[in-house]
Write a protein that binds this ligand. Sequence first.
Ligand code: ADP
Ligand code: MG
Length: 669
Amino acid sequence: MHITALDGMTQRQKQALLDAGYDTADKLLRLFPRTVVALNGLKPLENLEDGQMTVVLGRVAETPRPVRIRRGLSVLRVKLIYGDTPMTLVWFNQDFYANSLAADRYYYAYGRLKKTKSSYQLSAPRLISFPQERALYPFYPPVKGVSNSALIGLIEKALAGCGDPGYLRAETAEAYGLIGRNAALRRLHRPETYGDYVLARRSLSAEELGTSLAAHTLVRRQSRRARTVVYADKREALQKAADGLPYRLTGDQRRALDEVICDMSGPEPMNRLLQGDVGSGKTVVAMLAMYYAYLSGCQAVLMAPTEILAFQHYQTALKLFEPLGVRCCRLSGSLPKKARDAALFEIESGAAGFIIGTHALLSEDVIFKNPALIVTDEQQRFGVGQRGLLESKSAGGDILSMSATPIPRTLSLALYGELRQSVLKEKPEGRKPVVTRVVRPGKERDMWDYLKRKAAAGEQSYVVCPRIDEDDDDGERTGVPAAKALFDREKAGFKPGELALIHGRLKEAEKNAVMRRFESGEARVLIATTVVEVGLDVRAATSMVIYGADRLGLSQLHQLRGRVGRGERESYCFILDGGAESAAERLGFFAACSDGFELAEYDFMQRGGGEFVGEDQSGGAGGLILDEAIVRAAKGIAADILSDEAACKRLRAALDEQETAQLKNITLN
Ligand code: ADP
Ligand code: MG
């Protein structure tokens, strides 16, 4: 049912819903409440704790009037009597709440409790009119131009018309302890108990994931492409190249390379993900595959997310593959015009065998002669669109994506059948685990003294800060120093040029210059924002300091830690957490665990799969839930659909064009 067919809506609201992408009643029904608030069993204020999310029901004691404090700042304080206890509701710059409140009337208010010895206050609470027949009241994610209570009314109407039975068969529902779609939607939006609400969310999450898995398979089946490039069997020459490397490939590298070559020899174009921790040696696997393409007279393209990384890859290629006769060519945004023209010519004429660059490769005037293999490094850094564009430049070519962000086992379990991946778990020889220490605030000076001693001895360190400037955080004081401030603070303790600073606001050329100074060893300690996160390889770096570690995901921390420990010397990772109590357990786990997959799994279980399936369906409060049991149920549901011709037909018809295009492009982000 189209959204405009729901009655009781103003023209404004209709437009607002359309603007927000809710064009059908069904989409509106898929809007999960962010929270549900229990209106029964309210507790007296004395029994509640400071900082707790709280619901009260009280009488407004006097007509509310906002007060203007200064230009641009007004405050509205409303006195509310809850039971016998007076309390205050406070809003800043939200004067309109004055109009929704009348003296001597009753309201529910929901917000965070601020409790002092003599007063109770809720800051910026949300209001619910009284009386309510619901015991549990839903708050939806904000839709601009439509209030929460209007949303509740509209969803109520949409529920009355909902008839789509969904794809969950009764036996499957029973087997996984779930309920069917219509029942689940009713309980999601109008739960009677909290248990109802949770069961509804679980059921809908499983069904949603199950249908997208099935849809994914259907679309893939339809869009299978035929291989356009056929390679000569050059395995022997490839083996010779591998034998000529300055090191022996690890078992995992050999296996991954076999899998890649096997795909490249198959009937369909390759679409494989090469996954492995930082430092596991993905680059050389990719380059050997590129060499395999070269051996059949084809071009191979490697796209990296930053200039620095592209340059490093280019140098690797020069060192390892130019001696074998491969002409390597580099393309990036900062290349001077003359060099760029020369590169373009080599690419178009086919002289270049390996083409390595940044997204500059996507530019229209880059025309490949005969591209057979496309590799993207740190694929999660590129948008689906960018990757798609590169892939379209080589219709029917082979695609290899590399990523250091491990996909949690739970999720790969769900997608395993569809996604071909090779995993490098084994580390190249001689690599030592990085010793990780949580640095308490009182020990920060000792740590800097250690960095100075190491610098004097010729060893290098990274120091990562979450922010560039002090004021980057909406004024929120966190106790975590910003990169620039830290640089100014510590500069005096180092010899001139020994301490360097790099961050995302520097121009590309400046960034490159700083990186070169660090690579050459002239700069010993590099203060950086997370720009260093991506694949750099500086062997003399032995310490990694991370400020504000509690704000980063464990996978991201692990990537950062992987910047060190590449040489023979013992390496250290120091994490500083800004003092948040809640982070202690997580960071403790991080310090004790050096397996990227386990870390990803831990974060996945704690925070849900939002990062992986896209923000708007995120697994946080109120969104889709993704855990092992749900993934298992989803696979069951997908299997049901795929084995039932009628269900497949129904699903195909339900997919609109846009969804189909998206599904075609999914690799994993
Ligand atoms: P990542 O997987 O993070 O992209 P790289 O490909 O950058 O890792 O490899 C990290 C380092 O390990 C590089 O300096 C590379 O030369 C080295 N390396 C790769 N494979 C091996 C190996 N089998 N033995 C020893 N060193 C290796
Ligand atoms: Mg890499």
